[in-house]
Each structure stands twice: as structure tokens, then as C-alpha cells.
Design a protein around this ligand. Sequence first.
Ligand code: MG
Length: 179
Amino acid sequence: MRIGMGYDVHRLAEGRELILGGVRIPWEKGLLGHSDADVVVHAIMDALLGAAALGDIGKHFPDTDPAYAGISSIELLKRVGRLLEEHFYFIGNIDATIIAQRPKLAPYREEMVRNVAAALEISENQVSIKATTEEGLGFTGRGEGIAAQAVALLNQAADYAYADVRRDCGSCGGCQSPE
Ligand code: MG
């Protein structure tokens, strides 16, 4: 098993759409960024890449590359999912927190979970997305930006193989159970 963490911040600006977890949220401002600036999906991607020790989103999708201008972060998340697959990683679970003073995000939470789970081809019960305020404190409290944190757990094929060996041990007499 391997664990990873991700953290991201984007500035709120007028004239931008607010997209969180792939959901377009009606709001007076949106997040500024090279892509769609989906801060929670960025934190999730960095947690997944971190757990696999495969770098970060800046390495895979540089914001100097015009190919990623305005791109849906859910699209980038699909690519991260495929990269993990190529390296024989399986996602255990993801837990993310969005830190925003406003708007209220609870009504959009389930749709965000559905989008992330679908992009990674995992079950919705492997994805948790929560939201909190910082009680009016700091840059999120003043509404200057939105932050997100995420952790992710990855499993490798070897983890499952070992579990199977332990479970089956004794039936053939050929292996020594550690228990
Ligand atoms: Mg970002």
C-alpha cells in the first residue's frame, strides 16, 4: 500500500466559471488558472501521482503548454488514472476537502464524487469529497481563493498476491504461513 497527498490553491476571479469536481457551480466568480482550475481535482491528481511517486501535475501537464489551456481537469484525471494502470497501481480510496468560504458546496458534493469515480473507473464509495470553511479567516475566508487537500491510497498487484498466498496457505502444504 502507498499513500499520497495533494494540495492546491486557485485565486477567485470575475469572468471565470466555477468548476469543482467537474461540476459547473453557479457563482459570481470562478477560479483562475491555465486549465479550468478545478482545484479539488488538481489536489486529487497530485495525491494519486504522489502515492505512485510519479511526479506531479506540473510535470505531466505543464501550464506553459497550450495543449492544456482551458482543458477539463476531469479529462486530465482520466489520464492520471490510465498512468496508474500502466504502472499496475489500483486505487484504494481518495479523500478530499475543499476549503471555501462561499458558495455552499453541499448540494454539489454527490455529483463531484460521481464525476471523479467515473473518470477513474472506480466505485463511488472509494471517493470522498468534503467541504469546509475557514471561519472567515485567511485568503479562503476573505473569498480571495479556494484551496483543496486530498489523500489517496494505492494498492499494487503484489499486495493482492500476498493476501491470496496468506489466505490459501496450508492447502498445498508448500508455503509457510507467517501466522
Ligand atoms: Mg492547480
